[in-house]
Design a protein around this ligand. Sequence first.
Ligand code: ZN
Length: 456
Amino acid sequence: MQTNKRINGIIIGLAGLILLILVGLVFYMFQGTTSASQAAQAQAAVDSLFTDESHNYLNPEYSKEKLATTQKQIKKVGFLDRSNYQSQVQQAEKLYQGLSDLDQVFEGNQIKDRGVAIPKLADLAVKVGVDQALLEQQSQNLEGIAQTGTGQDLKSLYQDVTNLIDAKAGVMEQVKALPEINDDFDSLSQAAQAVANFSDTYANYLKQGLYKDVQDQLNQYGQKVGQMIVEYPTALDQNPNLLDLLKNTPSLALGLKDSQYEKHLQVSLTFDDGPNDEFTPQLLDVMNKYGVKGTFFLMGAYVDEYPEMTKRIVDEGHYLGNHTYNHFDLHDLTDEEVKTQFEWTNMAIEEATGTRPKMYRMPFGGGGERVYNLMADSGMESILWNLDSLDWKTQDRDMIVEEVMNDLQEHSLILMHDTNQATVDAIDILIPKLQEMGYEFVSPLDIDFELRYFPE
Ligand SMILES: [Zn+2]
């Protein structure tokens, strides 16, 4: 009986084991393998996380919800096949994490979308003065890439950002390495030179927001150096070059504030070849908006055509100049003809406004000493310029603005023309910029710059 019982026990145990194996087999057949339709659904769910079949680009609509839905689909797949789908999902999660991390580099700006990321990066690169050609090449490489990046692209984006940050850290180190400030004239002069060199070398960087703390550091240092130099009696009077250096280096110029050497910024806006009824009124409107006065060098022929526009210029407080009647090249005219060109114009202006202009400008700036001498008794002053906006040539708003800003001096007499829309648009940008910089808008007769004729 004992033996039978034991045998029974073994049989029951074996049966249980066989049952377990059978159940396991059934489970394996139903759960471990995957039907074709389950596989297709799971793959579709995984694919929906990307924009391309090779899974190089993350779907911009990738989200935690979308991820959860995909995970659900994968769970329906036989467990033996799951890891394949799981690893594809992990690829998506990695890409997402990478892009999110990059977002943080850009202080939370949304750059997951590739279309946003590249201009942002380009923008940042321009700000820190990265080579334009390189940047263009980079944009071309990225052209045609879907909204989000591949791991490879990400890597290079990271590298770019890292480089930008490293570059800035390097510049910051440079500014902190400026010589220690000692209160003796020679070392102060050397420190001033060091500031000027630094500003020169890093001019492109310092303009930009990313480098603001570098600029702050430089300003602090430069202001102190400037102030200490000003405190040396007569030092600047005896060192005009050093004074120029201080005036022309913004951070050093901070130290001149409230001293007798403080920079006195002046600008004269002059517009030739009008008046007309299209651009002249627009220019007047823009200048009125900012409350500044400009000078119009008028052609007599157009004054006769637009006497009311001529009167409006005077009525609104602007200055008038004589730019001859027909704008001939004065080299081609006899002495008598030159005088007639100016006299006819004065008559036209007087008829339209009741006043005679106090200035004249030679067409094309040409005529030289001969014309200057011919006009010596006219009671008018010859006015030329030290800054050609090239508006007549470029006829492009941004190029005009750039030309003026690049050539700007302490006393800038600017040549422009009220004959094209780009000038009007540029003036609308330039006036507030100049005002912000502290420029005073003056008549060419009051500016601290004199050029009566170009040597010929
Ligand atoms: Zn002209």
